[in-house]
Design a protein around this ligand. Sequence first.
Ligand SMILES: Nc1ncnc2c1ncn2[C@@H]1O[C@H](COP(=O)(O)OP(=O)(O)OP(=O)(O)O)[C@@H](O)[C@H]1O
Length: 514
Amino acid sequence: MATTMRLEARHVSKTFGSTTVLRDASLEVAPGEIHALIGQNGSGKSTLVKILTGYHAPDAGATISVDGQDLDLPVRWADATDAGVSVVHQDLGLLDHLSVSENIGIGGFPYHRVTRRIDWKAQDAAARRVLDRLDVPIKPKDPVGPLNAMRRAEVAIARALRDQRPGEGLVVLDEATRSLPREELRRFHELLRKVVAEGTSILMVSHNLEEVLELADRVTVLRDGAVAAAGLPTDGLTEHDLARHMLGKTVEAVGREERGTCHTEVAARVDGLCSDTLDGLTFEVGRGEVVGLTGLPGSGFEAVAQLITGGRRPDGGVLTTAVGSLDLSKADVASCMRLGAALVPEKRILEGLAVELSIRDNIAIPSIRRRGRPWHVARRWQEDEARSSIRRLGIRSRSPHMLIKELSGGNQQKVLFAKWLSVEPDLLVLHEPTQAVDVGARVDILRAILETAGRGVGVLLVSIEPSDLAEVCDRILVHGHGGELRELRTADPDEVLHAIYSESALTAGGTPHE
Ligand SMILES: Nc1ncnc2c1ncn2[C@@H]1O[C@H](COP(=O)(O)OP(=O)(O)OP(=O)(O)O)[C@@H](O)[C@H]1O
């Protein structure tokens, strides 16, 4: 007899206005399996997940069932929850000022029968039960704020499993492992395996193909809103195979040809950068040079991107470019921009994009003054710049007038990147620019970084992605435990990884242009 699927979605389509973004898609997840849903940016993954959880209504003709029971469509979140479906989003959705138990209880607190108030005793006991079931050594009363990335992920999983009996239910992980440092991923994977060993199913949406192959039993690939491969067993598959299914073609490596050229002219110099986690960091970026900055996640190097571009004020430090010098402890974004330093930040929606404006307007914002006023004079330039960015970075959109909020996450990332590329600063600081973008877009972005450097811009790539760093950087500065910067020149991602996680693998030297 055929197994009853944990989740069976059939003939799912979705049309926004006149655009169909999901076409007759199907997805089957078996009990106790980890199933990955992958696809290029804008291929429809989030739309499909949002239909499963009731955020979007599907077009007519779809059916969705959990454990053989059809759900009424559009899905009501309460019905999905009753059927055992829960979601862990990318940001994990935790509230730092609340306790672990309160976070686990959000959306489903038990109420006292008589007083009709939240029954905290019952809530703490329920939190304890699910934490014990997962062998997570934290207490329900612990505050969430100080917890590290791994513990936070555990709390999010505990919340997802709160109402599920062992062996039942489906947890949807929407890029949920992205915030986890590499060394924690293995432990988190063990936790997920424990969850599915009981019979619960996991549907993971991910751009990390390495993780998909390591963790998932089967994978469904979406391409342009349709299923390009349904439920492929991952055994024997390679990342190349997955990329081919996603893109319908083979992805070529970035292939940096002239690396390590001597960059004698300095684009920007940072002197004595101090903050709570940094102790007098000093480094230079040459004109046309791509310099990587990396280190152990959480060791403090991540803050450099904001500290040298005016997003946050350091305790001390000076930025010098061809324009002049600036005391960073008194700087803001505008003064850093005047000096020629621009940042493509990590948290795109919060810090980088106006979501109610169009692609064209977002790209134009930083250049409005330079490109001339009044506004209509620059209109032609804006239109051309937006169209060329769309082409160059493969931004999936109907037109340059499409609003940012209508774009998929990865395509938003590309617009943010295009916005700052159009400025042509002296120093372009990029913080995790390939986060959440698909394999094809990643190559487009890395190529655009090299092109930008080729035009004489100094690029600082602040990242924990060893392969990005190895592929495009002339030099990589590794921030060590003791706060020192050590320099690495390599095109081998394993060597970068090794350097990040070991103290001894590097040669000394922080200022490199001799
Ligand atoms: N509210 C909306 N209005 C119009 N179009 C939308 C809306 N939401 C999503 N889209 C479009 O639907 C398509 C699929 O987007 P979706 O977010 O599902 O992609 P995705 O595969 O999750 O991409 P990513 O990996 O970049 O997050 C995109 O082209 C996007 O522009």
